[in-house]
Design a protein around this ligand. Sequence first.
Ligand code: S3P
Length: 439
Amino acid sequence: MSSDQNVRFTVAPGGALKGRIRVAGDKSISHRSIMLGALAEGVTRVSGFLEGEDALATLRAFKAMGVTIEGPDAGRVVIRGVGMHGLKKPDGPLDLGNSGTSMRLMAGLLAGQHFEVEMVGDASLSTRPMRRVTDPLALMGAHIESTPAGTPPLKIHADSALKGIDYTLPMASAQVKSAVLLAGLYAEGKTSTTEPAPTRDHTERMLKGFGYEVERDGATARLTGGGKLVATDIDVPADISSAAFFMVGAAIAKGSDITLEHVGINPTRTGVIDILRLMGAKIDISNEQEVGGEPVADLRIQSAPLKGIRIPEALVPLAIDEFPALFVAAACAEGETVLTGAEELRVKESDRIQVMADGLVKMGVDARPTADGIVIKGGEMAGAEVDSQGDHRIAMAFAMAALRAKGDVVINDCANVSTSFPDFVVLAGETGLNIRSEG
Ligand code: S3P
């Protein structure tokens, strides 16, 4: 879906990426820091917070529900927690913009409140499937209305007495898992989720950081409702999903050598490293440490010839947001790259399989979408004018493609880059991408 204002990137061909940078804060962890900090007892201090529109949408929503939040100021946020039952009814609907994570996780949290609340989103979010969260929440006793198509707005009715359930997820989704677990905080008895494949586990880790017990038994996560959260400090690592654009850019552009500092390398997020390494990329991981329950490290990427691969399906949920960038790597690789088992990409901020294929074909790449993936044959890329369809990750992926294109790459509808990576153009320019943003 398009955003109102056409921000257009024009990226001149060629160049290489060099230097040391720290990319934007992790979006998933930033959202959760606000949600759990708001419900905790005491003051939570966050550093490294993503000052992007998605995380800010969550922050504003909790302010609208009466939570005092200071910042963000250079990535620092102070949240004065109101306790599990201290949220207040907001004056109007909560506008979550482009952010699916905000809406799905908050559907779970708000199902347990004593007030009615409505959540709305932008044109893209308003087309995204919500039954994946409203169905399990209904099984717990929540009353949530959506449109007949199961899309936002979501109206959550008050005072539902929630009961714990054992829920087996039909798809690998951290958002669904998190929505059920967060509702489980308010449910009677135990709530468990069992996932078909590992997905990001930031909710489980952060709940533990706030002193809430979460049991893990293979693919099952379980908690007991009725407990409390105790405020803590959170250091948000740099987002591996934002780092991915620079990883791919450096891998494909000859002469590149870039170091990305303090990147979150939670094993449920590192599929992009594994896939790029299978393709032949040169990636060194150093300075590994654990910060507030999340592993972080510096990633150094140097250019190397890439080869096409069949992407192992087990890696798909572990790299779910990185495929737009990985498709660009595939377009620069020798031979064919085949992705299967990735139908979830069709219901992200855009249909990422179709929108990426359309842009790559415009650049002269042999990219053939399938129902659950894509087949991309590497080769030369021409300059072209492409459309991101308002999808931040598609805009940034095509910007990196210019490093190997033969002519200018012009990308339309890039305003939403600010949802996850507001400094992208500046950092990309500083490290060697010849990028201009207008509008
Ligand atoms: C997210 C989970 C993923 C991811 C999204 C953020 C999260 O979605 O695509 O950008 O923070 O839990 P799914 O869990 O729906 O795959």
